[in-house]
Design a protein. Structure first.
Ligand SMILES: NC(=O)c1ccc[n+]([C@@H]2O[C@H](COP(=O)([O-])OP(=O)(O)OC[C@H]3O[C@@H](n4cnc5c(N)ncnc54)[C@H](OP(=O)(O)O)[C@@H]3O)[C@@H](O)[C@H]2O)c1
Length: 338
């Protein structure tokens, strides 16, 4: 099978398409024929080996897993002996080990049936960004109807899900974006939009019950000023250009700063898995949430897709289409023969 692999850390040039053997599956895993994969800033970070502090986890000198990509949507090709939820032929989405490939192994508890209304690319856009947004807004923020919510970085992968989930929970949502994305966030339901090129929300005098910060471009003390006296801040962002620690220093600083007063801090690491994917599917089926799709790249251009997301200005989600052109050719040929 074809896969996008890397032997060393670095910029997009370290990635190349290679012909490798299909992954073997464990008893609790399924083999997926990948139809689409999603791109996240984390994929760019692992490709780059940043921040350095994470290398014991990624692999010290080279990545332990050579194939990048986790977000996936595809068709079950084979199942392990202990798999009970899925059968061959099921269309699913979730997390796999190395989704920038024609086939990938995924644990049964890391996938769910693909929402019927979504294409494979739409479904591959959902897992990580959708789950971070859901866990930030619903689980950590416990956002309720009528609360004032602000999403900084509202036009990116996580932000576009967070705006829609906060609206579904009945909140009054303010989205912070650049000029070119004002209409985009209005279209997905934001009640108020702040153009960060013209206005600094931490200096407006307005306060919010919940702030999800996907960017980290303001100091924690500035963010506290925009937070209601009992509000919660989820400091989710952290560009990986801080090569040593990324957002590590900010997390420690926040823990100290938020010990005083009644505002709370909601640092968290996303928990991927079946239950969360089912909750997102419910919201998608109810028409309350839909992935916002940015650009789609073929598998052969995944390195460019990683660069696009790594630059930090994605609009919604970037996806990789795997095999669709080849399959379209086969379908066309079959039609011609028939
Ligand atoms: N907690 C966790 O477990 C977890 C899991 C995954 C990711 N994350 C983190 O979440 C963050 C966001 O991820 P993502 O997937 O949403 O990223 P993304 O899709 O790359 O989006 C980044 C967004 O930030 C916006 N932005 C850049 N500068 C801005 C500024 N000064 N003010 C407001 N918005 C600005 C960009 O919009 P413009 O183009 O308009 O600038 C873009 O829409 C990342 O730092 C990632 O590491 C955390």
């Amino acid at each position: 099978m074809q896969a996008l692999v890397q032997k060393t850390y670095g910029s997009a040039e370290v990635m190349h398409i290679a012909e490798i053997v299909k992954p073997e599956i464990a008893d609790n895993e399924v083999l997926l024929r990948v139809r689409a994969a999603g791109v996240n800033p984390a994929d760019w970070a692992i490709m780059s080996g940043l921040p350095y502090v994470a290398r014991p986890v990624y692999g010290l000198r080279q990545p332990k897993i050579a194939i990048r990509g986790t977000d996936v949507a595809g068709v079950v090709e084979a199942i392990g002996s202990a798999v009970t939820r899925f059968s061959v032929g099921d269309e699913v989405f979730g997390s796999a080990k190395g989704s920038y490939a024609q086939f990938a192994a995924a644990a049964e508890d890391q996938i769910a049936r693909k929402p019927a209304s979504l294409t494979f690319e739409g479904a591959a856009a959902v897992p990580m960004a959708g789950l971070v947004a859901l866990q930030a807004v619903r689980d950590h923020g416990k956002v309720r109807a009528g609360q004032k919510v602000l999403i900084n970085g509202a036009s990116g992968g996580i932000g576009t899900f967070a705006v829609q989930i906060a609206k579904a929970l009945g909140a009054e949502v303010t989205a912070v974006v650049s000029t070119r994305n004002v209409e985009l966030v209005r279209a997905i339901g934001a009640d108020h939009v702040i153009d960060y090129t013209k206005e600094d929300f931490t200096r407006s005098g307005l306060q919010y019950d919940f702030i999800l910060d996907n960017v980290s471009n303001h100091s924690l003390s500035d963010l506290r000023r925009a937070l209601a006296p009992t509000g919660m801040l989820v400091p989710n962002g952290g560009r990986f250009d801080k090569k040593w620690m990324a957002s590590g220093g900010r997390i420690v600083q926040g823990k100290v700063m938020f010990r005083f007063g009644s505002q709370t801090l909601g640092n968290f690491l996303v928990k991927m898995g079946h239950e969360g994917l089912l909750a997102l599917t419910e919201l998608i089926d109810a028409g309350q949430v839909a992935p916002v799709l940015d650009r789609s790249f073929p598998l052969s251009e995944t390195a460019q897709a990683l660069d696009h997301v790594g630059a930090g200005h994605a609009r919604g989600k970037t996806t990789i289409a795997v095999d669709t052109a080849a399959e379209r050719r086969v379908v066309t040929l079959l039609r011609e023969v028939a």
